[in-house]
Structures are given as C-alpha cells and as structure tokens.
Design a protein around this ligand. Structure first.
Ligand SMILES: C[S@@+](CC[C@H](N)C(=O)[O-])C[C@H]1O[C@@H](n2cnc3c(N)ncnc32)[C@H](O)[C@@H]1O
Length: 259
C-alpha cells in the first residue's frame, strides 16, 4: 500500500470536529495514527487525542480565551521548524480549521516558507453542535439562510453588523459568544429583533458534558448566568430553536468513548 506521507516534512491541518471522536473523518484518523508530531489546540477532546500513537510527540498550543499558551506567531514558527526537520506534522484544531480557526493564517506562513501542507476539513461546531442539540439550522418553515459569526467582541465593544443579524427567516450561529451574550441580545433587540425570538446556548456539544439552555433574546442572559454555563458554548438564534423540544435526541449517556 502507498504510504500516506511523502518523505519530506509536511504539515497536515486537520479538523477534529466538535468533540465526539466519532465525528472525525477517516483521513483525520489515519493521519493522526501516523504522525511524528501533533500540535493541538485547547478544544481538541481527550477521546480525539487517544488516536495519537504513544511514540508521537504531542505539543499543546493552547488558545483558551485570555490564556494563549503559545502566541500565534510562535505556533506558526514551530510548524515551519518541525516540517523543515522532515517531520510529518498534524496541526489539529477543534471543528473545522477554516472556520474561526486561524487555519488560513498558519497556512500563509507555511506557504511563505515553502513548506508543503494539506488541509483536512472537520465538522464545524455550527453543524456538529446543532445536530447534537436537535436544532436544524435551516428548515423550510423557519429559516432559509444561516449566518455564522464570531461573538468575540473586541474590548467588549460591539463591532458586529447588527442589521444583518436581525433578518427574518434566518438562523444566526455565534461562535465564542458566551462572554458577549448580554451585549449581543441587547443589540439585536435594539436593532429590531423580537424580544421573544428563541435562542439556545449549547455547552460542550456532542460530549458527555453537553448542556442545552433555551430561552428568548429577552430572557437568555439571565438564564445562562443562572445555569453557570462555561466555554465552549455555541449560541443559536432563530425560530429553528423551537424544534429542540421535539427533536433533541442526544443524551450525555449516549456519548461514546474512543477505543
Ligand atoms: C476558536 S472557535 C473554533 C471553531 C472551530 N474551528 C469550529 O469549526 O468549530 C471556538 C468556538 O467554537 C465553538 N465550539 C467549538 N466546539 C464546541 C462544542 N463542542 N460545543 C459548543 N461550542 C463549541 C464555541 O463557540 C467556541 O468558543
């Protein structure tokens, strides 16, 4: 069988999905099993890391909010160095590397240094987390479009395009929106959204610790505070959230552990 790696160093930018290891692609699993080095982020679950062979080096690159273990430039330089040493490097990121994952920035550095790379897409949180919460992002009765935005507001100030968020028949998915949730709900209502618009916040989607809290734009900041939700959380706003009550299928007891 043809070996999966070329003999020279290469960086494989791999999406690990939202947490449940069974949501990884076959290609992701194959590359992980044969890597020399795996450089992984905070959101990569333990079950996913179980696919890394014991002889492979593991480097934690961090990136919890306000706690970057390695700065982005250091990660970029590390990837270049490892590949130039002839290693097969898996750069493992939660979800999909090209969606709020800084994957493009890392590849630009690799390209500038003439380092070979490939990209393996992953199930992004919007898709994986909404599925495990029983919330279809589109539905002919409720939403004909879906918008992915980051809720990581710079210095607490709101720099989102609010009018585009309050369109009818649209689902809005907000990554990194937990801290900014009160501001997001406030701004959407200030820009004309119905205070009764349904909203869900899902913590640890697809994992045994998954929690789903639902409410409305008006009630959600207080509900989330009372529930004590912690990152990572995905926020889903729109009429489709109503479907959670009848379509929720996943219970934490169903979470599988990789073998
Ligand atoms: C830096 S972004 C990375 C997104 C990732 N590249 C993707 O495609 O899913 C991190 C954000 O993704 C969301 N997220 C990722 N995994 C999640 C999970 N299992 N449950 C809930 N939210 C998740 C959260 O909003 C979190 O703050």
């Amino acid at each position: 069988m043809k070996p999966p790696f070329p003999r020279t160093g290469c960086v494989y930018l791999v999406g690990a999905g939202p947490g449940d290891a069974e949501l990884m692609t076959l290609r992701a699993v194959r590359l992980l099993r044969q890597a020399d080095v795996v450089v992984y982020d905070n959101l990569v679950s333990k079950d996913v890391l179980d696919f890394v062979p014991p002889e492979a080096e593991r480097i934690y690159a961090g990136k919890r909010r306000n706690e970057h273990t390695l700065r982005q430039e250091q990660i970029n330089a590390l990837l270049v160095k490892l590949a130039q040493e002839g290693k097969q490097v898996v750069r493992l990121k939660g979800g999909d590397p090209f969606i709020f994952g800084r994957g493009g920035e890392e590849l630009q550095t690799l390209a500038a240094h003439g380092v070979a790379f490939e990209v393996v897409p992953g199930v992004t949180a919007a898709s994986g987390v909404s599925s495990y919460a029983g919330i279809p992002l589109t539905h002919r009765d409720y939403a004909q479009s879906c918008l992915f935005v980051t809720g990581h507001l710079k210095d607490g100030t709101a720099d989102l395009d609010w009018p585009s968020l309050v369109r009818l028949h649209q689902t809005v998915v907000i990554y990194m929106g937990l801290g900014g949730l009160p501001e997001i709900c406030h701004q959407m209502m200030a820009h004309g959204a119905d205070p009764a618009l349904p909203i869900a916040v899902v913590q640890d989607g697809s994992l045994s610790t998954q929690r789903v809290v639902t409410g409305t734009l008006a009630t959600m900041p207080e509900r989330v505070k009372q529930a004590g939700l912690k990152s990572p959380c995905l926020t889903i706003i729109g009429e489709v959230v109503k479907l959670h009550d009848s379509l929720a299928w996943f219970t934490p007891a169903m979470a599988v552990t990789a073998t």
